[in-house]
Design a protein around this ligand. Structure first.
Ligand SMILES: Nc1ncnc2c1ncn2[C@@H]1O[C@H](COP(=O)(O)OP(=O)(O)OP(=O)(O)O)[C@@H](O)[C@H]1O
Ligand SMILES: Cc1ncsc1CCO
Ligand SMILES: [Mg+2]
Length: 285
């Protein structure tokens, strides 16, 4: 990784203060982040949102998506396990969020599978999600679908990434420039950008690839922080607390089962200062 210059060091200190403010604001205000998310990991998403201090509510119906979009402080949309009703619920909720100016997070899980998912993901381009969170293959594929991808081709194959995080750097920057928000690419080292600076966040655990929903719940937690901070700070705070909690949980677990339990406890117990000092570097685009 490049050595950071003086400007990057100053940016880093400012960002760390914003992370501390975001963590504390969420714990003080218990913001409501509604979700439309897949049934495979829905319980883990809600538990992770509660563990960091948020309030969770999962809905499926179009009128309920629109209601929660207006009533909540932020929202999470994950296209992982689509049902027929989603064809109506997804665009209606995203339009409501856009029109109401509410922060919202998109996880384009399994982009490339089926026409319903592709149509929904295309519609989201104009509704500009505040944070796009995905693994490297999903981020490259979304930039391609939105015509922002350049030459880069995704090897997307389902829900697990087959591309390295760094291969998604240009796609992430282009997507962030389009939305005016932030993009978080997950993997062994995570990349978070707002289109002008990039943070590389370290930590986590190999066990996170052995439980389903670590990425989905990271998106749900990013929505909780987005209720209380700007998109880049929210995306980086969520990423940092995941990397910290993952590293700590791995030390206590000898397999993915108990890892998941310890992980929730570590999300709950992490202090704002610990989250802000979890290792990351800054690079200016
Ligand atoms: N090999 C690894 N080492 C350390 N941390 C990892 C590793 N792989 C993933 N992570 C962490 O796991 C979390 C989820 O990232 P991942 O890339 O697995 O998401 P995902 O593929 O969308 O997951 P899912 O779709 O199963 O919810 C992130 O916090 C990331 O930092
Ligand atoms: C396993 C799985 N299948 C569809 S969504 C999902 C959760 C992880 O993305
Ligand atoms: Mg995923």
């Amino acid at each position: 990784m490049n050595k950071m210059n003086k400007m990057d060091e100053m940016n880093k200190t400012m960002i760390q203060n914003q992370i501390i403010a975001a963590v504390n604001a969420v714990r003080n205000s218990n913001p409501l982040a509604g979700s439309i998310t897949n049934v495979i990991t829905i319980h883990f998403v809600a538990n992770a949102q509660l563990a960091v201090g948020g309030s969770a509510a999962m809905v499926f119906l179009p009128e309920e998506g629109a209601f929660l979009a207006n009533a909540g402080n932020a929202f999470y949309i994950n296209v992982g396990g689509l049902l027929p009703i989603h064809e109506e619920t997804l665009p209606q909720t995203a339009k409501t969020l856009h029109d109401a100016g509410k922060p919202w997070v998109l996880d384009p899980v399994a982009i490339g599978i089926g026409s319903v998912r592709t149509k929904a993901l295309l519609q989201f381009k104009e509704y500009k999600p505040s944070i796009i969170r995905g693994n490297a293959s999903e981020i490259i594929a979304l930039a391609g679908l939105w015509g922002l991808g350049g030459e880069n081709k995704s090897n997307v194959r389902g829900v697990d990434s087959t591309d390295a995080v760094i291969a998604a750097k240009e796609a992430a920057v282009s997507l962030a420039k389009w939305t005016g928000g932030a993009v978080a690419v997950s993997g062994e080292t995570d990349l978070v950008t707002n289109g002008s600076i990039i943070a590389f966040s370290h930590g986590g655990s190999h066990f996170m690839e052995k439980i389903t929903g670590s990425g989905c719940s990271l998106g749900g937690v990013a929505a909780v922080y987005a209720a209380e901070s700007d998109s880049f700070t929210a995306a980086l705070t969520a990423t940092a607390v995941y990397n910290l909690a993952g590293k700590r949980a791995e030390q206590k677990a000898d397999g993915p089962g108990r890892f998941q339990v310890h992980f929730l406890d570590e999300l709950y117990n992490a202090t704002a200062e610990d989250i802000a000092t979890n290792p990351f570097e800054i690079e200016t685009v």
